[in-house]
Write a protein that binds this ligand. Sequence first.
Ligand code: SAH
Length: 253
Amino acid sequence: MRFETLSVFPQVFAPYLDESIMGRAQRRGIFEFCAYDLRDWTHDRHRTVDDAPFGGGQGMLMKPAPIFEAVRAISAMHEERPHVVFFSPCGERYDESAARRLAAMDRVLLVCGRYEGMDERAYELADETLSLGDYVLTGGELAALVVIDSVVRLLPGALGDEKSAEDESFSDGLLEYAQYTRPANFEGLEVPPVLLSGDHAAVRAWRRRSSVERTALWRPDLLEGAELTEEERAWAREAAKGPLGEGEAEKAD
Ligand code: SAH
């Protein structure tokens, strides 16, 4: 898969994408990355990408011309046209299902705004516009990194362990179950005994219940879209009544 970004701060991506799992995935050829500098498509001495908004108001807007020229030029650089993503707080909310959709694509161009945003006509170039959430960032670069990171970890081989992306929050529409590592007793805080039992079926059942209960408690909105049995719906109703506590282990018996 090939990711490209278009922004006025092309140098901010590499420090993150060259490290750790993203760095390894690039070296293994699981994804390619290229950051383009929007100023390369300006024609004045100051390489101007912004201008004052018509109608007045604070701040500066990104001019349409460099964005149109850049997206057209970048699109023509490879045989396959990229899927073009813009970012804006007004966009559609980015989530794991959007990540899965993008992970099936071969080439994605992420166009990052700055300042007060972009001239509205630039969005003509977008195949889709995404928002990370209901808050305002100073630029789209962080949004692009979030998208790249969350998509790359879904690509086969990126995590090393093929299973790990399958068994996580949102992979089945629910939050992930509670997890523990050594020691089994930390300052009196005990790990649920079933996890130490070596009984794989019991562990699976406990984890499923933990997933359902945590989702009911923390993200009840997700339950509507989840496939639950009658018994699981009953667990969810019970959990919705109060915080999860020590009872969690016993309840799964
Ligand atoms: N004036 C705009 C915000 C511009 S912020 C408004 O009120 O809607 C500048 C840039 O940061 C945007 O063009 C976009 O690329 C990025 N950005 C800001 N908030 C974002 C969010 N919640 N999700 C994704 N990108 C965001």
